[in-house]
Write a protein that binds this ligand. Structure first.
Ligand code: C5P
Length: 239
């Protein structure tokens, strides 16, 4: 096996939990196990990656303590072809990436990292970013930024307005040479840096990272309103 993916599902989803009415928030499972269109976010994400022909194996990274129950809770057949044994994630997103990387077969040369919280990714978009990573070593899906972005100073005043024409909002999957991603995670740990995605950590090592135009439907489920949006989108898409 040379090309594999990690699907990150180990986060609690605290922002989503806080956006739910109090009684449902208390009973809410980790975010990736919530359902849209009758299927968990994790099941949608795994299916989209399993449908990308270049990926030979897909590994779920599940919350600590969930190895015995993740498949039942997510409605996934754990022995399905193309699915690798799940691994437990860690406290930070990059700890979950490191745990998955450590558990991959040693033959894997390129890995795609996908957030289970992006259940609507198209298999063609997965293939696009993988192709770019196989050629260039590192690539991520992204959308051009539609809003004007300002940086504010500590006093709450506008400090800087970057040119919007070269700003991109990062999505997943992000795909990398395994040795580059390992180096990036080790350097982040040594420098005490917590990244919000893997592309940024790989770029800190001086490696080129290709921007691959993504898909507006590949939105991250962060708040309860995103779950409602995804329900509507799936109903319109007929899946
Ligand atoms: O919290 P956020 O939405 O940015 O998380 C992005 C993805 O990373 C989610 O799919 C979440 O389950 C995953 N994650 C993880 N381990 C963590 C934190 C987040 O696998 N410790």
């Amino acid at each position: 096996m040379r090309v594999a993916a990690l699907v990150l599902a180990a986060g609690r989803g605290e922002r989503l939990r806080r956006s739910l009415p109090t009684p449902s928030a208390e009973a809410s499972p980790p975010k990736a196990f919530l359902a849209v269109g009758g299927r968990s976010l994790l099941a949608h994400s795994l299916a989209a990656l399993q449908a990308a022909p270049a990926l030979e194996g897909v590994m779920p990274v599940v919350p600590p303590g969930w190895l015995g129950r993740w498949a039942g809770a997510a409605g996934v057949e754990p022995e399905a072809p193309g699915l690798l044994p799940a691994v437990e994630g860690g406290a930070l997103r990059q700890d979950s990436v490191a745990a998955g990387l450590a558990a991959l077969p040693p033959t894997v040369e390129h890995v795609a990292i996908h957030d289970a919280a992006r259940p609507l990714v198209h298999p063609e978009a997965v293939s696009r970013v993988l192709t770019a990573a196989l050629v260039h070593g590192a690539a991520f899906l992204a959308e051009p930024v539609a809003d004007t972005i300002h940086r504010a100073d500590a006093d709450g005043n506008l400090a800087e307005t970057p040119d919007r024409s070269d700003l991109w909002a990062a999505q997943t999957p992000q795909a990398f040479r395994v040795d580059w991603l390992r180096e990036a995670l080790e350097k982040a740990r040594a420098d005490g840096v917590t990244g919000t995605d893997d592309a940024g950590l790989v770029a800190r090592c001086g490696h080129p990272v290709r921007v691959v135009p993504g898909d507006p439907a590949n939105r991250k489920i962060t708040l309860a309103s995103d779950l409602r949006w995804a329900e509507i989108h799936l109903a319109e898409r007929g899946s």
